[in-house]
Write a protein that binds this ligand. Structure first.
Ligand code: NDP
Length: 333
């Protein structure tokens, strides 16, 4: 079956229409669509329109508030909190961005916790908006159990992504954004949908045996990247977005969830740093020397470069949506 070619504007309008017809107000629908189409545009398919059925499922089941009105408060000079009002993360993140940036500009470092949100997207989107302001930034979130802890064979950690960004003058920021699992679960779901085999070492089946069959891995679990080292980072993220900010850890999110196919309620933490408040001479030029030295080696590239190149292509060619996904999306209208 052939793919459906849509311009970025057509894809955005389609997403907004589907979300508003299924329980989102316009503000929430636009915020979710901005994030989803940004992922689609950069060819991060696992967090693009592929997620729209899940967003719709949780609006229809009533798990997520499509009319959420996020509220930002300051808890300490460098600690802020956004309550997402049980909505999807993108509008809460929009509300959080400027207060966090202003605080970090002033104090040098600031943290923003986001509670009462449902996060279903890629993290680089929120980092990019901070690097655009000259800030260096990090983001972490958890999910529901999909990854075995070190030594274990059952899902316990979420795929718990983390992202880090460094601003660059007149160049796209350096941003890496990665699951602490060997792969994002969405990638495994897409491999299952498209009949692909997974690389060895990605996951195990329900009996704990290594498997490259995506359906078996979805029944079993993913492994952390880098063995126990990745597992420790997943544990750190559980602590940062659970106990530290007063939200659910992955295992708690799962037991409270209605399993409607959409994202569980959880939290996120964003940390922003102003490189100009750390007493250094010229942090940006120093970073550029580092990047230049790194890129002199054959075979290297900076994280995020692939996305930026894809972005330019999508602006010209639009995006390509599998016919089966397009049909499913149309069925929500
Ligand atoms: P990938 O393994 O595809 O990529 C991870 C990072 O490594 C990217 O920043 C990528 O940059 C970079 N990279 C890849 N190859 C190279 C290379 N050769 N040299 C330098 N850098 C490289 O990502 P994941 O599958 O781990 O995660 C995909 C997405 O899923 C993320 O956006 C993440 O936020 C999201 N996610 C969201 C979850 C949620 O609950 N909301 C849960 C889990 C994941 P580039 O993009 O340029 O290739």
């Amino acid at each position: 079956m052939s793919d459906v070619n849509l311009s970025l504007t057509e894809a955005h309008e389609l997403a907004v229409r589907v979300l508003t017809q299924n329980g989102c107000d316009n503000q929430n629908a636009v915020a979710v669509s901005d994030t989803m189409i940004a992922a689609e545009r950069d060819l991060c398919h696992s967090h693009g329109l592929f997620r729209l059925p899940g967003y719709v499922a949780s609006l229809r089941s009533g798990k997520v508030n499509g009319n959420a009105k996020p509220k930002v408060e300051k808890l300490a000079p460098s600690v802020l909190r956004t309550d997402g009002n049980n909505g999807y993360a993108p509008l809460a993140l929009k509300a959080a961005r400027d207060p966090l940036a202003e605080c970090a500009m002033e104090t040098g470092i600031a943290a923003m916790s986001l509670i009462n949100i449902h996060h279903f997207s890629a993290l680089w989107v929120e980092i990019e908006s901070l690097t655009e302001k000259g800030l260096c930034a990090m983001a972490f979130t958890a999910y529901t159990p999909s990854v075995a802890p070190a030594g274990g064979t059952r899902p316990f950690y979420g795929t718990n992504p983390m992202a880090f960004g460094w601003p660059r003058t007149n160049k796209p920021p350096m941003i890496f954004d990665q699951a602490t699992a060997t792969q994002a679960r969405g990638e495994v779901m897409i491999a299952a949908r498209d009949g692909h085999v997974l690389p060895a070492g990605v996951g195990i089946d329900a009996k704990g045996n290594p498997s490259t069959n995506p359906n078996e891995v979805l029944e079993g679990c993913l492994l952390p990247f880098g063995g126990y080292k990745g597992a420790s980072i997943a544990l750190m993220i559980e602590l940062l977005v659970g106990p530290l900010i007063g939200e659910r850890c992955s295992y708690e999110a799962e037991s409270a969830d209605n399993h409607d196919g959409g994202p569980p309620r959880g939290g996120e933490i964003l940390i922003a740093m102003n490189p100009q408040r750390f007493g250094t001479q010229d942090p940006y030029a120093h970073a550029e020397r580092l990047f230049t030295a790194l890129l002199e080696m054959d075979g290297t590239r900076l994280p995020g470069d692939r996305r930026v190149q894809n972005r330019a292509k999508s602006a010209q060619n639009g995006i390509f949506v599998p016919q089966s996904l397009h049909d499913k999306i149309q069925s929500f209208l």
